[in-house]
Design a protein around this ligand. Structure first.
Ligand SMILES: [Zn+2]
Length: 95
């Protein structure tokens, strides 16, 4: 493990050559989704990032069960998204 300091002054430890600061990457994730989605937590956003989910409308292609199967995604996040979808007259996929 080596202690590194990112351009924004966050100290973090990484054992690889990767210089991505965890704090900055979660901020980036938050900003990326902030316009479309309620804040559901960094792990959930990371799961979306890995699944290619970017917009509220992308969620309509997934069932609740599929979303809950994503690593880092829990019932609380699901509830928040369900509310947000409802305000746009959208819903999760049903199968
Ligand atoms: Zn940083």
């Amino acid at each position: 493990m080596a202690l590194k300091i990112c351009k924004n002054g966050h100290r973090f430890e990484k054992n690889s050559a990767c210089l991505v600061c965890p704090k900055c990457s979660s901020e980036e994730m938050k900003n990326k989704y902030a316009q479309e989605l309620p804040f559901i937590g960094s792990p959930a956003f990371r799961a979306f990032d890995n699944s290619g989910i970017e917009k509220l409308a992308d969620l309509t292609k997934y069932t609740e069960k599929e979303l809950l199967a994503l690593h880092g995604f829990g019932p609380k996040a699901l509830g928040l998204l369900r509310e947000r979808l409802k305000t746009k007259k959208l819903s999760f996929a049903t199968k």
